[in-house]
Design a protein around this ligand. Structure first.
Ligand code: ARG
Length: 459
């Protein structure tokens, strides 16, 4: 018989029991559950609701259970619906009557909310660490490769030469924003629902501020019904994970492109590549692809929780049991994918020459050639037209701007001097971009310093 045996004449059958159970997902937050119970018992004794002897027996019993769960010797029972019942059953079997007093002034509804909030904070802490590690690696790659010039793209077409470091730093800032989102999710979780009981508070003189302090929560939730039914902080966590996975999927898409024969910009380490069972030559960027692919399941976790929460009446509903698996999956997926991305970036080879060759080929200098004319007095719109015609001329003759002679330039406009040849150098073009946030080496150096300071603050 279950804990509520008194009112019932029949038990549910085994399949129904299993269907209704959350123990599988709860095991991840077993230590949080025990922490919550120890704080509750301590507070009950302080308030004179249970005796100090009972509280001591409860505390010692819970510590033993914590150790058993930790070292894998705890006897799980399929008849326990959830972690709260498993722990209470084992405690009462161990210490008797004091164990049966633990649930005074408490419900599984405030208990589960407490567990998940503590668990969400732990997940966020791990993710924040993984995020910092990833950004440290990106910053390292950007620092080591300062001066490497590659083509910058819009519409995945060559646009203008850029610094590879600048391209990498764009990802640094994306992941910096993810750090902020994860901190916000952690802050949202950091509130104590314990003492709300089932939904209405209790007649016992609980000291909720005491458990807030014992459990290290930042604040106490002021409304008992909101406390037991709020899962917004898990949505915040899912959303932070989803956005960060989206950023990883963009990075991984570029890794896949860059490691192709067509680009050849990077070579992934063998330790982050796989071969083919039939094609002997293959070296595939599987782990970048898989990270890109896993973004879908994390989006799914977010959608699933939004949908579960939709239209739920106050206060606790069993639907809420469904909210645990998704965030745990989203957090684990993101944590793993950040570690994979960190490893891939730290071990890849950057093929400077291939990048530079593409950066200087074709028409990446076109904007600067138009600027050349504009700086000699031609209105920019007119200069754009002149260079557009030059590009058309090149295309008809199978040439790039770098292949044109001084005469061909002058035929397009008498403003072109001999110095236009130097004007086509992709390194010079890149480094001439000196505006704050721009791609030139001086601007990128300043940006690196800013990124380093940003990271140090998050470390
Ligand atoms: N197993 C439940 C959950 O995970 C715990 C709370 C159950 N409360 C209840 N009234 N059935 O949400």
């Amino acid at each position: 018989m279950a804990l509520w045996g008194g009112r019932f004449e029949k038990s549910v059958d085994a399949f129904t029991q299993e269907f209704g159970a959350s123990l599988k997902d709860d095991k991840a937050m077993a230590q949080e559950d025990i922490k919550g119970s120890r704080a509750h018992a301590k507070m009950l004794a302080k308030q004179g609701i249970i005796s100090q002897e009972d509280a001591d027996a409860i505390d010692a019993g819970l510590e033993r259970i914590s150790d058993q769960i930790e070292n894998g010797t705890f006897a799980w029972d399929v008849n326990d619906e959830d972690i709260h019942m498993a722990v209470e059953r084992a405690l009462t079997a161990d210490i008797g009557t004091p164990g049966a007093r633990l649930h005074t002034g408490r419900s599984r509804n405030d208990q589960v909310a407490t567990d998940i909030r503590l668990y969400a904070k732990r997940l966020c802490d791990g993710l924040l660490e993984g995020n910092v590690e990833l950004r440290r690696t990106i910053l390292g790659v950007a620092e080591e490769n300062l001066g490497v010039v590659m083509p910058g793209y819009t519409h995945l077409q060559h646009a203008q030469p850029v610094l590879f470091s600048h391209h990498m730093l764009a990802y640094f800032w994306m992941f910096s924003r993810d750090h902020t989102r994860l901190l916000a999710a952690r802050a949202a979780a950091d509130a104590n629902p314990l003492g709300s009981a089932a939904l209405a508070g209790t007649t016992y003189p609980l000291d909720r501020a005491c458990t807030t302090q014992l459990l290290g929560f930042d604040r106490t939730i002021p409304n008992s019904m909101d406390a037991v039914s709020d899962r917004d902080y898990l949505l915040d966590l899912d959303y932070a994970c989803a956005v960060s996975m989206m950023h990883l999927s963009r990075l991984c898409e570029e890794i896949v492109l860059w490691s192709s024969a067509e680009f050849g910009f990077i070579t992934l380490s063998d330790s982050y590549s796989t071969g083919s069972s039939i094609m002997p030559q293959k070296k595939n960027p599987d782990f970048a692809e898989l990270t890109r692919g896993k973004t879908g399941r994390v989006y799914g976790d977010l959608m699933a929780l939004l949908t579960t929460m939709k239209s739920l009446p106050l206060a606790y509903n069993k639907d809420l049991q469904e909210c645990k698996e998704g965030p745990a999956d989203a957090a684990k997926t993101l944590l793993d994918c950040m570690a994979i991305a960190t490893g891939m970036l730290a071990t890849m080879a950057v093929n400077k020459d291939a990048m530079l060759a593409q950066a200087g080929k074709g028409f990446t200098a076109a904007t600067d050639v138009a600027d050349y004319l504009a700086k000699r007095g031609m209105p920019f719109r007119e200069a754009h037209e002149v260079v557009g015609k030059l590009v058309l001329y090149c295309e008809k003759h199978g040439k790039g701007l770098e292949d044109l002679t001084a005469e061909e330039f002058r035929a397009a406009s008498p403003l072109f001097g001999k110095d236009i040849a130097q004007g086509l150098d992709p390194v010079g073009i890149a480094n001439a971009r000196v505006t704050y946030g721009g791609i030139g080496e001086a601007a990128v150096r300043a940006q690196l310093a800013e990124a380093r300071a940003h990271l140090a603050a998050d470390e």
